[in-house]
Each structure stands twice: as structure tokens, then as C-alpha cells.
Design a protein. Structure first.
Length: 318
């Protein structure tokens, strides 16, 4: 049977010229030349037989050299380029092409994995997605530098020694960056593979009250909070507690986590004032012993970090 190539050439006289032009163009490409220099076993015959692979390889590499960003990647497979190698089959060299993720694609996948390790309940997503700049965190308000250094030290200790059952209790007035610092801690430790949850307490407690009749949802929620590596109760003390939430939900979560995994807190209250808050519920009034019981699951398992500084809310960054 006659080969298809000669037939096509007869039907279209320019076909041979066009193929030759493409071949010479690909052969002159610096990336292709470098590959062939590194693999002298790829002779002209092998090159011609694999011309389409070399063409794709040259096109992808040139696109990457003038990368317009991942979202505008012009390669056929976004975020990937054609990578060539030589493998031997029955003693003969063969050109193998493989779609390989570029550095931007790998970073995007890594960032996605990091985000998937962090969950938030009622916390503004911008807290976890704005990005973190160490220099900015330090210089934004020098009054909070001691607190920033404590958080940095905790992160570094975890990187070196693994997860500790002791967390941090960030105490300070409104707008001093307590939530932001906890978001930074979550992000940095998620890079190491740890899972984390941050919970805005006032909204969370109100939602818990509506879950009384939703046993499965309540169980799933408390299991998430019990078992995540890092748990942050944001703005604890600002919630309107009921005895059931305090004793059966918070108490259960903290009882499970103590001596196992670290729990972190941000609050406008000192530990002493938080105990007073936890001792009082809207239904039963003051029950000091129950507040003390909950504090026995908080106080021994945190290092108190005062966060001082000006209220940054509403200020422009920079």
C-alpha cells in the first residue's frame, strides 16, 4: 500500500515546502539545539520522526520564556510545558514527551493544598487570603512587636520540634491585629502540613444554639474542632453564652484537646475577666464553679501574649 505522505504531497505541492520550513525552524531553535547536543544519539532520522514532539517542545519553551502569568498561559495544557527525554527500547533511542507542571502551576497547586488545610467558621475570608508579609507585620505598629515576636517564636519552635499541646492566648484591645496574627500562624503551619480551624466565637455560639435539633451537624462540627491540629477561638468573651454551649459543647471540645493539641484564643479580656464571663450565662446567671471548670481547660494550656498598639481597623495599609 502506498504511503500517505507522497499522496498528500502530490495533492498539495506546497506541503513538502511547508514541512521543510517547519523542520528547519524547529532545528534552529536554541532549546532544541541544546537538547540534541546533550543527546547526540538523536540523529537526523530520529529528529524527523519526532518532529511534532520537538515542535511542541520548542513552542512551549518559548511561551514559558515570555510567560504572561498562569491565568494567561498560552500553552495547550495550561500551566504545563512539554518536557523531552530519551529512553531506549530494544536498544534503540526513542523521544519521550511528557506534560510537566511549571513552577507557577506547582505554586498554585501548593497554595490550594494549604488553603484546603485551613477552615474558618464565620471569619472574614480576607483574613486568610490577603497574604502575609513579615516585614509589614513587624513595622505596622511597633507597640505590638513583642507579641509578633512571640508568634514568630511559636511558629519556629513548631517547625523545629513539632506540635506542642500548649497554645497562645492573645489578649488586647480592639483592632490591634490579634486575628491577623493568628491567621498568619495558621498559614505558616499549614505550609508544614498542619490542619487548622479558626472560629469567630460570637457568631459560632449563636449558630450552635440553632443546632440543638440538628444532632448530625452538631456532631460533625464538634468533631472537626476536636481533631484539627490547630484550633483558634477568635474573640472569645464577646459571645452570649448559654449553659448548654458552655458546658456541653465548649467543655467537650476543650476537654478532648487538652494535653493533645494546641488551642489558641484572641480576646479583649484577660484570663481573669474571661473566667468571670464564662461563669455567667443568660439563663442561669452566675455559676462560678462552672466558669472555673472551663478555665481549668484553658489557663494551664496557653501562654498569655499581650497585644498592644493602636486600633488599625479602617486604616490603609502601607
Amino acid at each position: 500500500m502506498e504511503s500517505l505522505g507522497p499522496i498528500l504531497q502530490q495533492l498539495n505541492p506546497s506541503f513538502r515546502q511547508q514541512s521543510k520550513r517547519i523542520e528547519e525552524q524547529v532545528k534552529a531553535d536554541p532549546n532544541v539545539q541544546k537538547f540534541r547536543e546533550e543527546h547526540p544519539e538523536v540523529d537526523d532520522m530520529k529528529f524527523k520522526l519526532s518532529l511534532s514532539k520537538f515542535y511542541q517542545y520548542a513552542k512551549d519553551r518559548n511561551h514559558c520564556a515570555n510567560c504572561p502569568g498562569l491565568a494567561n498561559c498560552p500553552n495547550d495544557f495550561q500551566g504545563h510545558y512539554s518536557k523531552l527525554s530519551v529512553e531506549y527500547f530494544n536498544g534503540q533511542p526513542e523521544i519521550i514527551d511528557k506534560k510537566t507542571p511549571c513552577s507557577l502551576q506547582l505554586k498554585s497547586e501548593h497554595d490550594k493544598q494549604v488553603k484546603e488545610r485551613i477552615r474558618s467558621f464565620y471569619v472574614d475570608d480576607r483574613t486568610l487570603s490577603e497574604g502575609y508579609n513579615v516585614a509589614e507585620i513587624l513595622r505596622k505598629d511597633l507597640q505590638r512587636a513583642p507579641a509578633v515576636n512571640k508568634v514568630f517564636r511559636y511558629i519556629n519552635d513548631t517547625k523545629q520540634n513539632g506540635l506542642s499541646p500548649e497554645g497562645l492566648y492573645l489578649e488586647g484591645s480592639f483592632g490591634t491585629g490579634k486575628t491577623f496574627l493568628m491567621g498568619y500562624l495558621l498559614h505558616e503551619l499549614a505550609l508544614l502540613g498542619y490542619t487548622g480551624v479558626i472560629v469567630y466565637m460570637p457568631d459560632f455560639v449563636e449558630d450552635l444554639k440553632s443546632m440543638i435539633q440538628e444532632g448530625q451537624k452538631l456532631k460533625e462540627t464538634t468533631e472537626i474542632l476536636k481533631n484539627c491540629d490547630l484550633l483558634i477561638f477568635d474573640d472569645i468573651g464577646a459571645e452570649n453564652l448559654s449553659p448548654w454551649v458552655r458546658d456541653h459543647v465548649l467543655g467537650s471540645i476543650l476537654n478532648y484537646r487538652m494535653n493533645r493539641k494546641p488551642t489558641f484564643y484572641t480576646s479583649n479580656y484577660s484570663l481573669e475577666n474571661l473566667e468571670q464571663h464564662l461563669s455567667f450565662t443568660s439563663k442561669d446567671g452566675e455559676e462560678r464553679h462552672k466558669g472555673q471548670r472551663l478555665m481549668d481547660r484553658i489557663r494551664p494550656f496557653v501562654e498569655v501574649v499581650p497585644v498592644r498598639g493602636e486600633n488599625q481597623r479602617g486604616k490603609h495599609r502601607g
